[in-house]
Design a binder for this molecule. Structure first.
Ligand code: IPM
Ligand code: MG
Length: 348
């Protein structure tokens, strides 16, 4: 039986993970779940957001199902002890460099999108976000300027091998879809982005069937709301991908809907909703569990080779939505577990 590391984390993480596990069980997926603490929850238990035992479980597991980390009560800790370091540490330690964030509008949710329904209806894209480099992992710190003023700094850097490997994931993803790839950068200002653009262009020669275009990130942000239907696959760096994927989620109805997969070069993956821990609604049963349920479906598809079970769960989510199931973020009144129930009923 495949070993699944369950890392619920903080805020709404435990609530949404619980629903994903219920759905996986109801779908008859025989999986061996082992749970471990992560984020602020782990810090409170053991003094570190990513304890060695948690990292060890993640290493041993066939796949990782992750909730969310982030806790305002931890925001004053020194950075290495903050909850966010847990997810950043997992991405780094397990070399999960390729983050796939699909954004597709469920037809039933056109009214929940921040865009006009006819514009929103066109959204069907995947953001391929680099996850191991960029300003996230460059040298950073606080220092004093010669004038005695405090200065924070974070170095943005990519080397050509890092760009080449994520570019290939972008091209491969495009090959499996509409064969159109848009690389997003800020090459008009940043050297990091100039190298990015040069390397993506070089790799393009390996994929003559894919139509490659380049777009500056500010324009991409604008185009995502103006005409999201123009995008098939977007490949971009860590920081730009973080921002654009939140934006894409709202175009597709709700941030409570978007799943993600973070993969290493062998296809091992960590699966998580792209929303955060949402401390403002934690413990109230208001969270939408669908992004996590859809992340579990991605896990079945990408890491466990069980495409049929993934299809069934995705179809059950669509059927639940078609039947009118809505959590508050989608304009409805269902609780987190009632939404889980709706998906489980649709599976039957
Ligand atoms: C995400 C989150 C994380 C990120 C945070 C929690 C560190 O926003 O997965 O998009 O910035 O990558
Ligand atoms: Mg984010």
């Amino acid at each position: 039986m495949p070993l699944i590391a369950l890392l619920p984390g903080d805020g709404i993480g435990p609530e949404v993970i619980a629903e994903a596990v219920r759905v996986l069980d109801a779908a008859g997926c025989a999986l061996d779940f082992q749970q471990a603490a992560v984020g602020g929850a782990a810090y409170r238990e053991s003094g570190h957001p990513l304890p060695e035992t948690t990292l060890d479980l993640a290493r041993r597991a066939d796949a990782i199902l992750f909730g969310a980390v982030g806790d305002p009560a931890c925001d004053t800790l020194e950075r290495r002890l903050r909850p966010e370091q847990a997810i950043l540490g997992l991405r780094r330690e397990l070399a999960l460099f390729a983050n796939l964030r699909p954004a597709k509008l469920f037809a039933e949710l056109a009214d929940a999108s921040a865009l006009r329904p006819e514009v929103a209806a066109e959204i069907d894209l995947v953001i391929v976000r680099e996850l191991n480099g960029d300003v996230y992992f460059g040298e950073k710190g606080m220092r004093t300027t010669p004038a005695g003023r405090r200065q924070g700094y974070d170095v943005m850097a990519y080397d050509e091998d890092e760009v080449a490997r994520i570019a290939r994931v972008g091209f491969e993803t495009a090959m499996a879809r509409g064969r159109t790839l848009c690389s997003v950068d800020k090459a008009n200002v940043l050297e990091t982005s100039q190298l990015w653009r040069d390397v993506v262009t070089e790799i393009a020669s390996e994929y003559p069937q894919v139509a490659l275009s380049h777009m500056y990130v500010d324009n991409a942000a604008m185009q995502l709301v103006r005409n999201p239907g123009q995008f098939d696959v977007i490949v971009t760096g860590n920081l730009f991908g973080d921002i654009l994927s939140d934006q894409a989620s709202m175009c597709a109805g709700s941030i409570g809907m978007l799943p993600s997969a973070s993969l290493d070069s062998a296809g091992k993956g960590l699966y998580e909703p792209i929303h955060g821990s949402a401390p403002d609604i934690a413990g109230q049963g208001k969270a939408n569990p669908l992004a996590t349920i859809l992340s579990a479906a991605m896990m079945l598809r990408y890491s466990l080779g069980r495409a049929e079970e993934a299809d069934r769960i995705e179809a059950a989510v669509a059927a639940a939505l078609a039947g009118g199931a809505r959590t508050p973020d989608l304009g409805g009144t269902l609780s987190t577990s009632q939404m889980g129930d709706a998906v489980i009923e649709a599976l039957a």
